[in-house]
Write a protein that binds this ligand. Sequence first.
Ligand code: KG4
Ligand code: ZN
Length: 337
Amino acid sequence: MKKDIYVLGIESSCDETSCAIVKNGREILSNVINSQIKIHENYGGVVPEIASRCHTEVINQVVKQALKEANLDINEIDVICPTYGPGLVGALLVGVSYAKGLSYATGKTLLGVNHIEGHIAANYITYPELKPPFLCLIISGGHTHLVKVSDYTEFQILGKTRDDAIGEAFDKVARVVGLGYPGGPKVDKLAKEGKEIINLPITHMGNLDFSFSGIKTAVINLNHKNPNINKADLCLSFEKFATDMLENNVIKAISETKIKKVVLAGGVSCNSYIRKRFDELAKKEKIEIFYPEPNLCTDNAAMIASAGYYNYIEGKQSNLNMNAIPNLKLGETNNII
Ligand code: KG4
Ligand code: ZN
């Protein structure tokens, strides 16, 4: 009988300290998430130095709690997988250093995981039957990528943002209309009361790349020139035109690759308007659409453990020279042997 594999994932790339235990890449035994949102709220965004310090303060407790909730001893873990990039360097270093220490002390295998790969893998947990190949649209605070996932560890970036990530644009729109941080969920909520009546520019890059700085600036200028503009209408119109840009490229990618399975990932894939639009697209284009459950869309260690599993079963591992790589690209295999 095949032996079960238990992965301990650690995520600390931004403002969530998380540790999860995942069995065979798909089954969550625990997923402890300590969010720093309340702390960064006071500053209107994530303060990197504060983020690193908060990770340091809680990481030990978060890992202990994850093992306790999974009812496992560290000796029963097969591999320790921290996120090693991309992300804030100081924040990443906390998880990477902790994982290296734990691996050294216990003799357990160490394997660094790419955070973007983790976002994709969140879908393997939500959909136990989901298998590559598929197209993946990763929309988060730091990334906007359209990727062909040929196999569990094989990726081809078809397009990405040339400027702002879509989540950054959501957060900026929230800030200018006075909703505060974190912006995405607040824009989502207010937009439900709005009408799609404000015209905003959309950018066509000519290929499968994205650009969100134009629409973001248009919202800032409109709000500045018309302080009494209806904020709910502005939020919904922003969502509408930003989604048009996502949808246009997804339709093009389906036509170029002939792949009719589309998977969404990342914090922005929680957005209810975007989900509604992609559900409509699925019906119209006769494609299949997948989204992770909301608590697996935003940063968490279960998705890191799942991605770690698929690399581990291919025989990959890292050694104690592993370092944090803040600008790590999807598909790069630094730190992996
Ligand atoms: O994936 P994530 O937790 O972190 C990164 O890897 O960047 O994504 C965070 C981003 C933030 O920009 C946040 O505003 C956005 O996801 N977000 C949303 C929603 N929930 C989170 N954006 C739009 N609608 C939402 N419901
Ligand atoms: Zn993320």
